[in-house]
Design a protein around this ligand. Structure first.
Ligand code: PLP
Length: 414
């Protein structure tokens, strides 16, 4: 039964929408319905203004200038590390490596942690529902080391089969890598339960958190994982920002990934020594403006009514799911019990790209394609899906418009 109540508690979606300037625009002369937040989220004014202020008022490089601007830029940039540490409940800010996103975070673990450790006979365990960013780096490691990749299966509903994952944790497994939330199915994986199983066997667990933090609080201590990768642009922050959290003792054992400025202790032609983590992994001038913006995004999210956001997103998910189910010819892909508002589906007799194009002409932005998850598409035996991915700034009226438009455009293709 669909529940419809805007606003929920202190969470007023109409007020929140005014914080996101882009949501007020039209597309093809229709008011925009933005249902592609799992791809990248829109940015609140606070983020846009923080980036603007950085360039107008304190643009300087970080960690090298003693002048006032340099100090201001460094303080603002480093505040993102503090805020990310708090956001993830990390034990220490020094366990947060700032990266360009999840992709760089996972590659850092692949090249710096896995590559020197793995060899023939070793295995990396992933799941069927992973994004290519949590598959291909491990395949590259396997190609170079002779290790192999093993896949823990999911069921038709799009839920990880936990018993099979645990069964797959054989002594040859040197690392397990799972999505916290699937970008295609919306499934929330039981990471704490998986981490209990990996820890018992001494196997490090990497979690791809790209799609989790935009929807609920993440607590790496409570999860009990060893690596947590995330991306800023899905968290309402700028593109080219993200982080890797890893336990301090693990980071300390990892050699540098990129070499250059800012990651050294002393450079000599007869031998260079490296900075302590996290700076050891942050060579070169970073995306300073981006992290200033991400810090503002985290502050913005922190001030929202979290219970209200969760209730609103659950209502949107229930509403959209029920309405899609009621449309003839719609097949939902991913019906896990625990989901974020990310809904993949197919419409009988219509290609996903054609539908997405027609929906775009109605002002509705959804994604069509394989969503960087080829193996998951292969599991469902489809080349592509349509994906409506919602955020707290979406409304029930937008869900109604989307479903009505889908019903209309579907007839055009039938
Ligand atoms: N992992 C998942 C589950 C994702 O959804 C994405 C982005 O779509 C990524 C990894 C890659 O993130 P980024 O491109 O920001 O590095």
């Amino acid at each position: 039964m669909t529940r419809l109540h805007d606003p929920v508690g202190d969470f007023d979606v109409d007020r929140v929408r005014t914080d996101f300037p882009l949501l007020a625009r039209s597309v093809h002369d229709k008011p925009l319905v933005y249902f592609d937040s799992a791809n990248t989220a829109q940015k609140p004014r606070a983020v846009i203004e923080a980036v603007d202020r950085y360039y107008r008022e304190f643009n300087a490089n970080v960690a090298r200038a003693v002048h006032q601007l340099g100090e201001e830029a460094t303080a603002a940039y480093e505040s993102a590390r503090d805020k990310l540490a708090r956001l993830l409940n990390a034990p220490s800010r020094d366990e947060i490596v700032l990266t360009s996103g999840t992709t760089q975070a996972i590659n850092l673990v692949a090249y710096s942690w896995a590559l020197p450790r793995l060899g023939p006979g070793d295995t990396i365990l992933v799941t069927t529902m992973e994004h290519h960013a949590n598959i291909v780096p491990w395949q590259l490691v396997c190609e170079r080391t002779g290790a192999r990749l093993k896949v823990a299966p999911i069921d038709e509903r799009g839920e990880l089969i936990v018993e099979k994952f645990i069964e797959a944790l054989t002594p040859d497994v040197k690392l397990a890598a799972v999505a916290h939330v699937s970008n295609v199915l919306g499934t929330i994986n039981p990471v704490a339960e998986l981490a209990r199983a990996t820890r018992k066997r001494g196997i490090p667990l990497l979690v791809d958190g790209s799609q989790a933090a935009p929807h609920f609080a993440v607590d790496v201590r409570a999860l009990g994982c060893d690596f947590y990768a995330m991306t800023g642009h899905k968290l309402f922050g700028p593109t080219g920002t993200g982080a890797l959290w890893a336990r301090r003792e693990i980071l300390r054992e990892m050699p540098p990934f990129f070499g250059g400025g800012e990651m050294i202790r002393e450079v000599r032609f007869d031998g260079t020594t490296y900075a302590e983590p996290p700076h050891r992994f942050e060579a070169g001038t970073p995306n300073i403006a981006g992290f200033v913006g991400l810090a503002a995004a985290i502050d913005y999210l922190g001030a929202l009514d979290h219970a209200g956001v969760a209730a609103h997103e659950a209502d949107l998910l229930a509403h959209a799911t029920d309405a899609l189910r009621a449309l003839p010819g719609v097949r939902l892909i991913g019906e896990a019990a625990h989901k974020v508002p990310v809904i993949s589906f197919l419409v009988e007799g219509a290609h996903a790209h054609d539908l997405a194009t027609l929906l775009d002409h109605e002002g509705i932005a959804v994604r069509s394609g394989h969503h960087c998850a080829h193996p998951l598409m292969q599991f469902y035996g489809v080349p592509a899906t349509l994906r409506a991915s919602l955020a707290f700034y979406n409304t029930h009226a937008e869900v109604e418009r989307f479903v009505a438009a889908l019903a209309r455009v579907r007839k055009l293709l039938a």
